[in-house]
Design a protein around this ligand. Structure first.
Ligand SMILES: NC(=O)c1ccc[n+]([C@@H]2O[C@H](COP(=O)([O-])OP(=O)(O)OC[C@H]3O[C@@H](n4cnc5c(N)ncnc54)[C@H](O)[C@@H]3O)[C@@H](O)[C@H]2O)c1
Length: 509
């Protein structure tokens, strides 16, 4: 069948690009979205893209006008009845795609190919929503569709050879290079390789190994990629990566594809990347704060107060560690924050240790993983460029004690108590607390506290220089705020203040 008119369903980043590409290559296009405003936005995007091409001499004003004339927009799916092929590019949601395909199947003549631009979803499952599975296939363009050379032509279980050949030929007519994906496998080729790299990049960020800018720089210069993983995720849409990871995790039954918590938080907070001027590389640019399940984070007069909010005793578990990691990433990047206070919810405890219910469920691998996460988070806190003050409002035990030791300064309630009680369970502190404590109190006292799990009160902790100051229980936060807001409470010293050169240095202990 000769293709003259291409229907495109969904006029977002990809749909508008595909429509523009088809029109540039001489096809008539019917572009459909659910509301007029999305279509207007798409036409603006297309106009902007071609204005740049004209200014670069790649296209004339006449070509641009003719191309725009070839694009018809509509909110009525029925208008797709005149298309010789339909390419679907609605959001990455299986149910929505099934619904769109089932409707298209009723509207568009039976021999017409229905292609999907899905990034990962099963073609077979989408095709099953129609009565023409042999004429359904994946036609996976890359962003921006006008420029990226590759198209993955993906077979569903019942896609016919003829459909695959016709799509490969169409790709060439669109000036693309097709590759055939012979099996309907989640993520096809490119995303199967790229998504694990995104996940590792986000984990490096969560563990505080490097900033997103430096991770991007390392990947572009070290692997010769044109874009780093964070630039690419912000460009493509942070939510797209999230949905693809969720889908691949479930389809492949492989938790390695699980979206890291920081990514979930960005999606929850609608920091979706370039499309709403936010994302990984723009964490510091205004907008809403991220939302956390187990933490509260308030910023007042440039002092951030993080409260671990699992009353009554605020136990640590993997989710709390992941959220701590995410909030420290966020605050590190926020120029409006100069210092950080860490405290626990309620009056009973700062943190009374690890979540024993979760611990009981963990096997050896799980415990190792938990130790690794805790070490990474404590190190991240210790390495924060902003001073971190622990406001120790009550029991500070086990992992909570280790967390307090990773902070720069400790202000204690007169009712607080300190211990590593885990020795009674045959466990020694696994988050680096053994090292941090001995640096503070010397080996002898550190061993005494660790070997015997002895509980000490606030006055004894002050005597041992474990805490810097003891105040009445109701004054802990105020005392921490007073310190945190002092100009001199800083981990960097600026020589320019003394009329010397403008170098900055960091305190190291
Ligand atoms: N963004 C990328 O880099 C990229 C790359 C390759 C493939 N994809 C895939 O392309 C598809 C679209 O992604 P996107 O980034 O363009 O998303 P997007 O959110 O930018 O756009 C989706 C559009 O679909 C519209 N829509 C929703 N329901 C609709 C319906 N019933 N009928 C018509 N339009 C409808 C929305 O209004 C929106 O304008 C997804 O399947 C995605 O996985 C995205």
């Amino acid at each position: 069948m000769t293709i003259q008119t291409i229907g495109v369903v969904g006029a977002g980043s990809m749909g508008s690009g595909i429509a523009n590409l088809a029109a540039i290559n001489g096809f008539h296009v019917i572009l459909r979205d659910i509301e007029e405003r999305f279509l207007e936005k798409a036409l603006n995007r297309i106009d902007q893209f071609m204005t740049k091409s004209v200014s670069k001499g790649k296209m004339t004003e006449d070509d641009k006008r003719d191309t725009l004339d070839r694009i018809q927009t509509t909110t009525d799916l029925e208008d797709l009845r005149h298309a010789d092929i339909v390419i679907e590019a609605v959001v990455e949601d299986l149910e929505l795609k099934k619904q769109v395909f089932s409707q298209l199947d009723q509207i568009v003549p039976g021999e017409v190919i229905l292609a999907t631009n899905t990034s990962a979803i099963s073609i077979t499952e989408i095709a099953a929503a129609t009565n023409r599975p042999e004429r359904v296939a994946g036609m996976h363009f890359f962003n921006p569709a006008q420029l990226m050379k590759l198209v993955e032509v993906v077979r569903g279980y019942r896609t016919s050879d003829q459909t695959v050949e016709e799509l490969k030929a169409l790709s060439k007519q669109l000036s693309k290079e097709p590759v055939e994906v012979k099996k309907d496998s989640p993520g096809f080729i490119v995303n199967r390789i790229m998504i694990p790299q995104f996940i590792e990049a986000i984990k490096l960020l969560e563990e505080g190994v490097a900033s997103p800018e430096d991770i991007d720089k390392a990947v572009t210069l070290g692997l010769n990629y044109p874009m780093g993983p964070f630039t690419l995720q912000d460009f493509a849409g942070v939510d797209i990566g999230y949905y693809v990871m969720e889908y691949m995790k479930n389809e492949l039954d492989d938790s390695h594809f699980a979206p890291p918590l920081l990514l979930k938080q960005l999606v929850r907070a609608k920091r979706l990347g370039k499309k709403n001027r936010s994302g990984f590389l723009r964490l510091q640019v205004g907008g809403e704060k991220m939302s956390y399940q187990f933490l509260l984070c308030d910023i007042e007069d440039r002092v951030a107060i993080i409260t671990i909010n699992r009353p009554p005793v605020n136990p640590l578990n993997q989710n709390v560690f992941q959220e701590l990691s995410a909030v420290f990433t966020e605050l590190e990047a926020d120029d409006n924050v100069r210092s950080i206070i860490l405290t626990g919810s309620g009056e009973k405890a700062f943190v009374a240790g690890a979540d024993i219910y979760e611990m009981a469920e963990l096997d050896l691998v799980g415990i190792n993983k938990m130790n690794k996460i805790s070490r990474a988070v404590f190190t991240k806190i210790e390495n924060s460029t902003k001073p971190v003050i622990a406001a120790l409002n009550g029991l500070t035990l086990g992992g909570g004690f280790e967390l307090a030791l990773a902070c720069d300064l400790r202000i204690s309630s007169d009712r607080a108590k300190y211990a590593f009680p885990e020795v009674g369970l045959g466990i020694i502190p696994g988050g680096g607390g053994t090292q941090r404590l001995q640096k503070m109190v010397g080996q002898g006292v550190a061993k005494e506290l660790i070997y015997f799990g002895e509980m000490i009160d606030a006055d004894r902790a002050l005597e041992l220089h474990i805490v810097n100051k003891v105040v009445p229980a109701d004054q802990v936060i105020e005392a921490a705020k007073e310190w945190a807001s002092q100009e001199t409470c800083s981990k960097t010293a600026d020589c320019s203040a003394n009329g010397q050169d403008r170098r900055q240095w960091r305190w190291r202990f």
